[in-house]
Design a binder for this molecule. Sequence first.
Ligand SMILES: *Cc1c(COP(=O)(O)O)cnc(C)c1O
Length: 365
Amino acid sequence: MIPVYRPLIGAAEKSNVADAVESTWISSKGSYLRRFEEGFSSFAGARHGIATCNGTVSIHLILAALGVGPGDEVIVPTFTYIASVNAITYTGATPVFVDSDPVHWNLDPSDAAAKITERTKAIMVVHLYGHPADMGPILAMGREHGIAVIEDAAEAHGAEYQGRRVGALGLAGSFSFFGNKIITTGEGGMVVCNDADFAERCSHLRGQGVSPTRTYWHDVVGFNYRMTNVAAALGVAQLERVDDVIAAKRRIAARYCDALADIEGLTLPPEMPWARSVYWMVSILVDPVLRDALMAHLKDRDIETRPFFYPAHTLPMYATSDRFPVAEHLGASGINLPSFPELTDAEIDQVVAGVREFMEQEARS
Ligand SMILES: *Cc1c(COP(=O)(O)O)cnc(C)c1O
């Protein structure tokens, strides 16, 4: 079976984890944590990094530090992984869905502009599948209306918008280090930002809102969203290979795109002139009536794939009669192909052959 994903774990990961365990600093104090926060935030072009136990709570932490709560609205693309939306719901605020851009698949800035109200507290962009959102118009909108722009960068470590890495282009951004993300700590996340006060608020809320100087004195309702030193030890080793992982992903995407280019009826993953994608997943679009059959055909050839996310507004807890035609079309058309860093050229060619065989068969019938 060629899997969709498999993390790249080597000797450095094993020895760092063993070292952290031997040190007995296995909870949320220890030298790897500081190294990982400093190393990753600087990789993301941000001054501050606050490591968390996953990428869902790191989004929640940003919203909580921003003071988002009941009565507030947060603009979010409906076409995203569910965590982006749930994190808004945790605060008691209302997620306000926007449609996606048909070319780059991320939040459509003009639809976001149309959804701004007096209650809008933040705009959350999501850099899906490794491709940055169109930040320019969104940041301008945020400045104009005095609304915070935050980034769910869980799938886009190292992706660039106009030559700048995503994460801290707005007020703050969230990364995930789940096992299938660009780099992993098993489970893990991080908030990055440039504002020292905001970083301090996130750090305070992450650690139960405890006073830095007075033991067991808590002045806000905080959370335990801390990362362990063992996870950070894994992260420090992963960070040393992040450039290699991104290079591998760009090589994989280039080979797929070259080989799939002449097949009728496929849309290949975008890379806008203002973007440098890290191709977390190499994704293609096909006619929705063929999508599941193509996935089944590949499965018969021992090739694992994933469908795109269901847009959030089509799921039971966020159901609405509002329509988001682009998001609905993407959700019904998209397939993630095997995209792990160690994927070989021969395996890519095998996937392409499977896609080609199916599409030619369909064209004949
Ligand atoms: C993975 C992911 C998350 C959540 O990260 P976890 O670490 O799994 O909690 C959030 N948003 C997006 C877009 C993701 O892909």
